[in-house]
Ligand binder design. Structure first.
Ligand code: SAH
Length: 231
């Protein structure tokens, strides 16, 4: 009985904040199952995604589709990535606790939250001012605390380099040299490379100062990585 009352209180609390309901949890469980069935094997990644309330990162027009495995429009003509793609990139990135991770393309902040759930120290950079500001409004109340930058991800964040991991969530025509420079030795960079006709997912492991081992991991579709910042 005591447990029941506790849970009910928790439920009311979630309802009042309109943050999280049992319905959301149920839908999310199904989504994670779908992503697992599509081939994601890293249970830590799946668990992390299972803890992030994606509906709070969505544009209100699409909120009913929060737990479908698709990308959706967010502000500034950008998108919140498809959950499968988030899982795929995160799995490739081999994130463990306390690693220093640079994310290029904060967007909605959803991927940022997944990285934080894995225990990473996250530095995230966004070139669209509106998204840079909105992501903070979404993440802060959920107690997610990355370090935010408003700027051009092609430059990386040299003041905080090197990074153990770098994740690019927009498509680069060519792998940015400055990001390679800011990768720690033994570090991993994951970046979709190519133009708008399609992009290859590339994983780069920095083996030593001058040696980079690169591998390809299938085709994806991202919004383009653009130069400069946008007001
Ligand atoms: N990780 C995001 C994906 C957003 S889409 C999410 O989960 O929602 C990619 C994002 O990359 C967009 O917000 C876009 O504005 C941003 N972007 C594109 N080029 C960039 C650049 N040069 N520097 C920083 N961010 C960039």
């Amino acid at each position: 009985m005591a447990i029941y009352v506790q849970e009910y209180k928790l439920y009311l609390c979630f309802q009042m904040n309109q943050k999280e309901s049992y319905r959301h949890k149920g839908l999310r469980k199904r989504l994670i199952e779908e992503v697992r069935n599509k081939g994601i094997q890293d249970e830590e990644v799946l668990d992390a995604m299972g803890r992030v309330p994606r509906h709070l990162f969505m544009d209100s027009s699409f909120i009913n589709f929060s737990y479908t495995d698709k990308a959706f429009p967010i502000a500034a003509g950008q998108t919140i990535s498809q959950p499968y793609t988030v899982a795929f990139q995160t799995e490739l990135l081999e994130v463990t606790r306390h690693l220093k991770v640079l994310e290029v393309g904060t967007g909605s902040g959803y991927q940022t939250a997944v990285l934080l759930e894995l225990g990473a120290r996250v530095y995230t950079i966004e070139r669209q001012r509106q998204l840079f500001l909105e992501a903070q409004k979404t993440l802060a109340p959920l107690n997610y605390k990355p370090i935010y930058f408003y700027g051009d991800g092609y430059e990386g964040v040299p003041a905080y380099a090197p990074f153990d991991r770098i994740l690019v969530t927009a498509a680069a025509q060519k792998i940015p040299q400055k990001l390679l420079d800011q990768l720690a030795i033994g570090g991993i960079l994951v970046v979709p490379e190519g133009d708008q006709s399609g992009q290859k997912m590339i994983k780069v492991v920095r083996e030593s100062k001058d040696s980079f081992l690169s591998s390809e991991h299938g085709y994806f579709s991202f919004v383009p990585m653009l130069k400069g910042k946008n007001n």
